[in-house]
Design a protein around this ligand. Structure first.
Ligand code: ADP
Length: 453
């Protein structure tokens, strides 16, 4: 087996991807923009639920609109031009994606340097479809049609060291492209198994779902239909062992049906894969019913079979970082360590929380939220300005937020996103709270949370 390409996310010292494994190093130096060499930038266009317009027509209309716009490109929403009736009638939102790496390296991405790649999609509002086996058993899987409304915005809400999400997306996209182009796997080998590992609460499960959603949008012209199946491995080893064999068979015959349809792109998500290895070990040592070993083996065999299908991506997560003793994941091509958030990520996560609380009026209104709570990149400049030192000025806020982010060292992304709620509940006067007061309560709450770790 070829050595896996390690994507290390939270540890910039180790020099990016794959260099320790003799693999490719992708992120070592920014590639220069050559005049003749345009940068491909994805533009995601979400159709209104009511729209019945053809994706191709919307795509051309957006391309024309972008051509006329002649502005620089940076991540974020582009307003739908009010004078364009076709677009205002059909389009919910237009969003520029994946420019942050370029923008960080080159400061600015001008319109003539860009070739926009427009992806038009409509979110599915069907919701999760649980497997209802009846008789009070826990469901063995959940199914979503992608792109799903539930996962809208999830990708953007996950904050990691720069480039992590982009690298994951590029790996998965390359794997799908190789399949689509029919590259002979005996000559060039790759697989479509992703393993995200790291401490609990660092966003691994969410990142898998968000990645599936992104790929469903980016690849929708090749795969017009896309599903995500989340396998509930725990439920398979529950007390209903005698039924489990049947459940596994049922689950995989369903997945196989989807995969047989070549226009379908299928994502299979298995959380905490280490539980499979643990169950097998326990069964072997005799501490669990021998039925369970049959279930685990059945599951592993089915997954092994499935992974050769071209239109399947298997997404797995694990809370243990040591090697996992499961045949199908130890060969995963895309292995990434997801660590606890760095200072910058903590600042950005908390900043997004505060923006949301200001937006919803839980915190009192800020005149200019964006400049009072600047992003991390512009924070450094602001911290050097004399007025930030003065506690009376509103710029003091970003300094305070920085201090809160420092106080949160060691907390997971999941705990960080709960912190504003806990802080709010701790306030004496929770109505229309002053942001500065709120931040100091949040710092106290963070210290308490950390002391309980
Ligand atoms: P894991 O699978 O690693 O245990 P989850 O995907 O269940 O983690 O994460 C739970 C929630 O924590 C996410 O939905 C998200 O709201 C938040 N979260 C975790 N890590 C991050 C992060 N790096 N950036 C933003 N939010 C995060």
């Amino acid at each position: 087996a070829s050595s896996p390409m390690e994507v290390s996310m939270q540890n910039p010292q180790d020099g990016g991807i794959g260099d320790q494994n003799g693999g490719v190093t992708i992120n070592s130096a920014p590639s220069p923009i050559l005049p003749q060499d345009k940068v491909l930038v994805s533009v995601e266009v979400s159709l209104k639920p009511s729209s019945t317009a053809r994706a191709n027509d919307v795509q051309s209309a957006v391309e024309r609109m972008l051509e006329k716009r002649s502005l620089s490109y940076s991540d974020g929403p582009v307003p739908v031009p009010l004078d364009d009736r076709f677009l205002t009638e059909n389009v919910q939102s237009i969003c520029i994606c994946d420019t942050d790496e370029w923008v960080q390296n080159h400061e600015i991405l001008l319109f003539w340097q860009v070739k926009p790649v427009v992806h038009v999609f409509q979110l599915s509002e069907e919701g999760a479809c649980e497997d209802v086996s009846g008789d009070g058993q826990p469901s063995t899987f959940n199914e979503w049609i992608l792109p799903a409304k539930e996962f809208d915005g999830m990708w953007e809400s996950l904050i990691y060291e720069s480039g992590l999400k982009q690298r994951l997306l590029r790996y998965a996209a390359s794997a799908l492209l190789f399949t689509e182009k029919g590259v002979n796997p005996f000559l060039v080998s790759w697989n479509r198994i992703v393993l995200l590992h790291g401490p609990p609460g660092t966003g691994k499960t969410s990142l898998c779902k968000a990645l599936a959603q992104k790929l469903s949008i980016r690849f929708n012209s090749r795969y017009p239909q896309c599903q995500l199946i989340e396998v509930n491995a725990h439920s398979l080893f529950s007390k209903w062992f005698s039924e489990s064999g049947k459940l596994v068979a049922k689950l995989f015959s369903k997945i196989q049906e989807m995969v047989d349809e070549e226009n379908n792109l299928v994502f299979v998500l298995i959380d905490e894969v280490e539980s499979l290895a643990a169950a097998r070990k326990a069964a072997l040592s005799g501490s669990e019913p021998s039925d369970s070993i049959r279930v685990v083996n059945a599951l592993l065999t089915q997954l092994d079979k499935l992974k050769s299908a071209p239109n399947v991506i298997i997404l797995t997560t694990s809370n243990i970082t040591a090697a996992i003793d499961i045949a199908f994941v130890d060969r995963a091509d895309i292995k990434a360590y997801v660590g606890p958030p760095t200072l910058q990520a903590r600042y950005e996560i908390l900043r997004s929380c505060l923006h949301e609380l200001v937006r919803t009026g839980i915190l009192s209104h800020l005149e200019d939220c964006e400049s009072m709570l600047p992003n991390f990149a512009s924070l450094k400049e602001k911290l050097n300005m004399p007025e930030v030192q003065d506690a009376q000025t509103p710029l003091h806020l970003c300094k305070q937020l920085f201090e809160t982010a420092e106080a949160c060292e060691g907390l997971s992304g999941r705990s960080l996103r709960k912190l504003p709620f806990l802080a709010h509940a701790a306030l004496a006067n929770p109505y229309g709270c002053d942001p500065s007061k709120f931040l100091s309560t949040m710092t106290d709450t963070a210290r308490r949370e950390r002391s309980e770790l």
